[in-house]
Ligand binder design. Structure first.
Ligand code: AKG
Length: 256
């Protein structure tokens, strides 16, 4: 990628809180990540959960924190860390966690509009995600963003299916607006994607996706930059990461 195009991505990211980078991941690494996704689906961790109703024709499977079991996830973090660095304008980039998000063909369950950071145990502005599908994703089932919301306040995190406020006390944060009910009122961004394309977004950017007609397998890598610090929460965060966990420096391959 040229310096000029990186500068454009960084200014779009600063303004919108989300950008799409085409052809970022090479086919050989993509193949290893796809194999890791299949191995992960066959052997989910204790953190795995099904985030769709039992009568949904497709399941929405999520899993977290598997980079130590599936080295291709760490390789993916290494391969995309320089882009995360440039977008954050950070000197350092650490791997916070990986997140598997598979919507099987026919999944009706939408991912509701939400910000990520209120579910996490980190403070600071330098928290960014890279969302990489290993299947083609049509515009109808891609991840969507409300541009500019990364510059606004933290919004109430709720459980995806029952809509419970389990992280912050009810009433203590503004609720997420009903974007879906009035889509034209919001500057919504979203891209049809091919395998190898990646979307980067700030941890406070409001985002969502609809169901998926075809299989939609995604690995998301969550990165921490210079000013991100871990904080102790009184509640179980999503994902719950042990207090003594180390986050690999994915720019230089060291664990800190
Ligand atoms: O893949 C999805 O449908 C949701 C993704 C998401 O919310 C995230 O990566 O934070």
């Amino acid at each position: 990628m040229t310096n000029d195009s990186m500068t454009n991505f960084a200014s779009d990211f600063t303004r919108d809180g989300a950008v799409c980078v085409r052809g970022l991941v090479a086919p050989d690494l993509l193949q290893r990540v796809t194999e890791a996704v299949e191995a992960n689906r066959a052997d989910p961790s204790d953190l795995a959960q099904v985030a769709s109703q039992s009568d949904d024709p497709g399941r929405f499977l999520e899993d977290f924190c598997n980079w130590q079991r599936f080295p291709a996830y760490l390789e993916l973090a290494n391969a995309t860390a320089a882009t995360a660095q440039a977008l954050m304008g950070s000197k350092t980039v650490r791997l916070y966690h990986d997140h598997l998000l598979v919507k099987e063909a026919g999944t009706r369950q939408p991912t509701p509009w939400h910000q990520d950071q209120p579910y996490y145990d980190v403070d600071g502005r330098d928290v960014i995600s890279m969302w990489l599908p290993v299947d083609p994703v049509p515009r109808a089932s891609t991840l969507e963003f409300v541009a500019g919301t990364h510059l606004g306040p933290w919004l109430m995190p709720r459980t995806f299916m029952q809509r419970e406020a389990k992280w912050f006390e009810e009433g203590s944060l503004q609720d997420v607006p009903d974007v879906q009910a009035d889509r034209d009122a919001f500057p919504i961004l979203g891209w049809e994607l091919q395998p190898g394309d990646a979307v980067f977004f700030h941890a406070l950017t409001l985002h969502a996706s609809q169901g998926a007609a075809g299989l939609r397998r995604v690995v998301s890598i969550r990165f921490l930059g210079d000013d991100a610090t871990r904080i102790e929460r009184r509640w179980r965060c999503s994902p719950p990461i042990p207090a003594d966990a180390t986050f690999p420096d994915v720019l230089t391959n060291q664990t800190r």
